[in-house]
Ligand binder design. Sequence first.
Ligand code: GLC
Ligand code: MG
Length: 251
Amino acid sequence: MAKFLFVTDLDNTLVGDDQALVELNDRLHQHRQQYGTKIVYATGRSPILYQQLQAEKNLLEPDALILAVGTEIYINGNDSFDPTWAEKLSEGWDRNLVLSITDKFPQLQLQPNSEQRPFKVSFFLTQEAAVFVLPLLKSELLQSGLNIKLIYSSGIDLDIVPDRSDKGQAVQFLRQKWQFVAQKTVVCGDSGNDIALFATGSNEQRGIIVGNARPELLEWHARHPADHRYLAKNFYAGGILEGLQYFGLIE
Ligand code: GLC
Ligand code: MG
């Protein structure tokens, strides 16, 4: 056994089955002690919503946290996000300009204040409306010269973030910082904002899709098959354990 870089989404990936979570936590904690494996959570949540979940589910303390769909990276329990990463994102980003355009779309309903972040503007948008709103909104935003991308998840959440930012690019930043090869990096997810985790980086990087994954991720996976991506049968943390064993990362 050797150390690896373990990256997982939280809602409906790591969290969802309390019993399986206890077992996985146990294994990961031991692996970290014994081999120096690094644990990273990559979530759409803001710091406030992350702390709520952390307290509720008694999550292991991570070595780094990727919050707000990759727009904020917190290393080693640091209270403020990594400034190097923030600087990369600030170029060409203009929150107010984004808001002045999204204002014209009555179908977009702003998410709570806590989820509006320096490099992330988030809305609720129904699946029916998304079909016509997303392409229109995207072209209006790009026409105004903004360097952004739209990330739509779970048939309801729309995040607008800098183009250079998503969970996948944040992982590559950590991978380089900590010098993990792609073969010893594994990412786990269940929904739309996790696609970037699987799509970014070398195709040698390991990926685990949990058995309960949402249709948007399963459809993407079907269109972009890859040898190093594993679709688990088990759900939530149970699916992660199954995948880690499949790749021989744990016993
Ligand atoms: C989390 C965040 C929300 C975001 C969603 C999808 O639920 O709280 O703001 O839209 O993830 O990324
Ligand atoms: Mg999720």
